[in-house]
Unconditional design. Sequence first.
Length: 216
Amino acid sequence: MPVLRGAVTLSRFRVEPAKEAPSDVKRWLTRGLKAHAFEPIDRRSEEERAVGFVELENEESSEFPASRLYYGEYALFAFRIDTIKVPAAALKAELAKWAAAFEKENGRPPSRGEKTQSRGEIRQMLRNRATPRTTTVDVSWNLKTQQVQIWSASRKVVDEITVALEGGLNVKFFGMTPAAMAQTAGIDESALGPTAELIGMDLPATASEEVAHGEA
């Protein structure tokens, strides 16, 4: 839980409403999070991944009561990602066992169609047994300054979270990188380049002076 433990890997954004600002910010945010709340993977489907918002301190809940969402001027919540995959090696091993049992019982190897059907059934069996891999990404939203921090180093995950929030809340996210902040402040991009002192362009001359001083 990086928000509570002080991890430093994060992405910062400034948020602006796409149209008019909501009159009740807390109600608006709660409704938006619930619209994109996490729902478990449907094991009967082919999906291997499920995502959505959950409470910061309870990844099993997406009720978002005020007492567990708002902390002073901050809204704290998390983005949950579940993935479930059937290991290819396990599927191959189970299919080989089935084929051997089939041949022993029927006196012949299974046909291609029989093997395909059994493969699907075995895959579903393994899928039902598999435990999803769960990860969560913490998000903090300052309701006073409208700044959002997403505690992840994955560009893909950060983009997924911002897209979900933009769609659910009708807002726009603007990255708070040095370049973006300079652009907002009207600073020319050329002024952001490293100076000669920073990259050490004056080092050769300094070195020469030091050598000359040493020879003296």
